[in-house]
Design a protein around this ligand. Structure first.
Ligand code: GYE
Length: 306
């Protein structure tokens, strides 16, 4: 039939690509959803995927990218675990004429000819949203002691979420960050570090600002074990808006989560295909997102995709 003929023609005209994807790891619910989104988008579009999980280690990512170059892939998708130290390997990709697409996290490198585009969220803005929510919520209190669970040291989301949050609360002298440490974006580490925060100053913690929901969820457990009520005795702010956060909010144990949408696989594949077709690609493409509070959790939980 003519429909079939049309379909065939379309398929034949779009080039099948081999795409190497160097992912950060499997540290959080966010990451799992992102990996699935990216894998599905690449294979559903008929391309071949070479996937490498770096287990949150930079040296693994450098190895993976070198191996993609050796295999002469058509494009590399790369979510850098940290911001610095990738110049050499990205230069090698450029010398081999392999375009690199930054996914989720950016790099702190002057020469922006080393990548085609960066598709990801605005982490500074997420930090500001967290700060603004807190100012609205507790701005009138005399003294607000905040503990901060930072993401992976040197990673773009940890650096930027801290910066955006501090920018907002810096204007309010009643707010103070009393303890701040990395929980590496995992539940286990979030719990462990929260235990240490509680041990050193448990009765004087008003707010927990966690750079992701997984660490907040780990911390909630620590708070309960310590004998305090999460979301009541300690206000809890997370980032990502993963299902686990909606469950915690629906159970009255977490106050708010700032959305960071990991489901940008299809958007990334569109960018790669457009680039391969010779189209002009913007250097920065943003992912759209919102924020959600406790009172919305029960209603929205069944509709959450990640
Ligand atoms: O927020 C966190 C994950 O880079 C935006 O990494 C991502 C962050 C996300 O481990 O949960």
């Amino acid at each position: 039939t003519s429909a079939e003929t049309e379909g065939d023609t379309e398929e034949a005209s779009s080039e099948k690509l081999v795409i190497g994807f160097s992912q950060v790891g499997a540290e959080s619910e966010w990451r799992t959803a992102n990996t699935e989104s990216m894998k599905a988008a690449i294979t559903d579009a008929g391309h071949e995927l070479k996937f490498s999980d770096a287990q949150q280690k930079q040296e693994n990512q450098i190895k993976a990218i070198r191996s993609f170059i050796a295999q002469k892939v058509d494009a590399i998708v790369f979510s850098p675990v940290v911001e610095t130290g990738f110049e050499t390997v990205l230069q090698e990709a450029k010398d081999a004429d392999i375009p690199v697409f930054l996914a989720d996290r950016s790099v702190d490198i002057e020469d922006d000819s080393l990548w085609v585009t960066f598709l990801g969220s605005d982490f500074v803005e997420e930090g500001r949203k967290a700060g603004n929510w807190l100012v609205d919520e507790l701005g009138d209190e005399d003294e607000v002691n905040i503990v901060e669970l930072q993401g992976t040291v040197g990673s773009a989301p940890a650096i930027d979420r801290k910066e955006g949050f501090e920018e907002i609360i810096g204007d309010h002298s009643n707010f103070e960050i009393t303890q701040s440490q990395s929980g590496d974006f995992t539940r286990a580490k979030g719990k462990e570090v929260m235990e240490a925060f509680l041990k050193s100053d448990g009765d004087n913690i008003d707010v927990l600002y966690a750079h992701n929901d997984d660490m907040a969820i780990g911390a909630i457990q620590a708070i309960e074990e310590y004998g305090l009520k999460p979301a009541e005795d300690i206000t809890i702010i997370g980032v990502d808006a993963v299902k686990g956060a909606f469950e915690a909010m629906a159970a009255g144990k977490m106050n708010v989560t700032i959305e960071c949408n990991p489901l940008f696989g299809p958007q990334m594949v569109d960018l790669i295909e457009a680039y391969k077709a010779g189209e002009e690609i913007p250097k920065r493409v943003a992912v759209e997102e919102s924020m959600y509070t406790m009172d919305q959790a029960e209603e929205l939980l069944p509709t959450r995709q990640y």
